[in-house]
Design a binder for this molecule. Structure first.
Ligand SMILES: NC(=O)c1ccc[n+]([C@@H]2O[C@H](COP(=O)([O-])OP(=O)(O)OC[C@H]3O[C@@H](n4cnc5c(N)ncnc54)[C@H](OP(=O)(O)O)[C@@H]3O)[C@@H](O)[C@H]2O)c1
Length: 284
């Protein structure tokens, strides 16, 4: 039986990935900063490994007897005061060093769709730097480039709950967001996939106006969309860069960039955003 290390199990995507690997018959080891964080996933985890990607000493032996390493480690919402370079780059590099010592057969890493077009953004720059290290490592690898996750689309539902939704420019830029369960299948299937770079999005290609409309409709509320001119977004981002640290503007810079461009990835999966909104109408 092949053995997989899942790093990122405590996050939105990682929790689906560990379940998918188990479903496909793998033996799983999950990394977490403490046991309580993965208690609810115990039935899908054969062995828990307590450590921190940012502390290389705590990772010693993490890849022992492991065939495949999967990592969805990365900062999405800043909470530790660490930078993207500390976590997305160095944290994943610490894992890669352990993987190299044990001579694993494949390293699967989750980046971001269109990373190459956004490498000037701090968060993406750190990911691309790690990708370069992975490519240089001589390990067999797959880098997954997913579009926005359904979990992030909850922001639209929150806006709709408050009665007003905001879009940049015309709101006609398109995106095909993907559900964690669909993406987890792509990640686990990557073990046997010869493609080293896999771009993927969900089955619904929607404009931001359509996403907001779907959110309002799922709540049974009147649609109210406010269009913010692009120049205001640019001014806001420039001001943020001057007056705040990267920890604050980094995530905002990323979201405000992807909201103002087309993000159309090859499609995969079976989940629809409309259903996801209905399932989550009671979430605060
Ligand atoms: N969300 C999106 O729309 C989207 C789209 C494309 C790509 N991505 C990328 O996909 C990856 C996974 O996203 P996600 O939504 O699953 O993220 P998430 O829910 O925030 O999970 C991130 C994972 O990284 C770990 N992590 C973060 N900071 C850490 C730190 N300082 N030390 C140790 N571990 C740390 C978290 O562990 P703890 O729980 O211990 O903090 C968690 O396991 C990220 O790299 C993200 O940039 C996301």
């Amino acid at each position: 039986m092949k053995k997989v290390l899942v790093a990122g199990t405590t996050g939105y995507l990682g929790k689906y990935v560990v379940q998918e690997f188990k479903k496909q018959g793998y033996w799983t080891r999950a990394l977490a900063r403490n046991t309580a964080m993965i208690e609810s996933l115990s039935e899908y985890i054969d062995e828990k490994f307590i450590g921190k990607v940012t502390d290389p000493n705590s990772l010693t032996g993490i890849c022992k007897d492991i065939d495949i390493v999967f990592s969805s480690i990365g900062i999405t919402k800043q909470k530790d005061g660490l930078t993207y370079m500390d976590v997305d780059y160095q944290g994943n590099l610490n894992l890669l060093e352990e993987a190299k010592k044990e001579g694993i057969s494949k390293f699967i890493y989750v980046s971001v769709f269109n990373a190459e077009k956004m490498s000037h953004l701090k968060g993406i720059h750190a990911k691309v730097r790690f990708e370069d290290e992975l490519k240089k490592s001589r390990l067999n690898f797959s880098i997954i480039y997913p579009n926005g996750f359904f979990s992030d689309m909850l922001e639209y539902l929150q806006m709709a709950k408050k009665g007003r939704g905001y879009v940049f420019g015309s709101g006609e830029n398109k995106i095909n967001p993907i559900h964690g369960e669909d993406l987890a299948e792509v990640c686990a299937n990557a073990v046997k996939d010869d493609e080293s770079e896999i771009k993927v999005g969900g089955v619904d290609l929607l404009t931001h106006n359509e996403i907001l409309t779907t959110a309002f409709e799922s709540l049974g509320k009147k649609v109210k969309i406010i269009k913010i001119p692009i120049w205001i977004r640019n001014l806001f981002l420039a001001t943020l860069r001057i007056f705040t640290s990267v920890k604050t503007y980094g995530p905002l810079e990323f979201f405000m960039t992807v909201l103002a461009m087309d993000m159309i990835a090859p499609t995969y999966g079976k989940h629809h955003l409309k259903d996801f909104f209905f399932e989550n109408i009671n979430i605060d």
